[in-house]
Design a protein around this ligand. Sequence first.
Ligand code: IMP
Ligand code: MG
Length: 179
Amino acid sequence: MKNLRIKNILFSKEDIESIIKKIADQISCDYNEQQIDALTVICVLKGAAVFASDLIRHIELSDIRLEFITASSYLNSDTSSGEVILNVADDLAVFGKNILIVEDIVDTGLTLNKIVKQFKAFNPNTIKVCTLFDKPDRRIADFTPDYVGCTIPDEFIVGYGLDYAEMYRNLPYVAVVGE
Ligand code: IMP
Ligand code: MG
């Protein structure tokens, strides 16, 4: 494990707030337009916990459920292990539901590719993916999220739920770490 430190702040608390309100408005609008009022938000732990909890408070739909799954690929480092380990509760029923998977960041795309494939097999009515950040330069899997808060360059970021070796999730802002 490298000893990385915070280099510069990329998004302030206020920046993040306005990004989230924008995505929530877009989501509310899209589902309202399709006359869908029930949405099951599936938060990918741990990174998306902070984002999902703020996001759901801004989505304007009458019936919002919140579920959690865990996915891990980074084994205490800043490079993906390549293998994605998923953990989904047995009683998480998605058949016929409108599901929105909420992730902190899409990097290689391997994690979301695997999650979406797995959930599609259970025949939800609709399935969409929302991510706070996207690093498209590093994509390996053919994957495009439906909602993106902000596209960022190939840098390792922490804060607002995102970690480096489990640290920095509590920062209210998002910063770049490096040597
Ligand atoms: P992917 O499978 O490569 O797309 O990896 C996605 C996961 O890697 C995310 O859910 C994050 O947990 C983690 N990740 C990717 N980039 C970063 C980063 O810059 N900071 C913190 N975690 C990251
Ligand atoms: Mg994650």
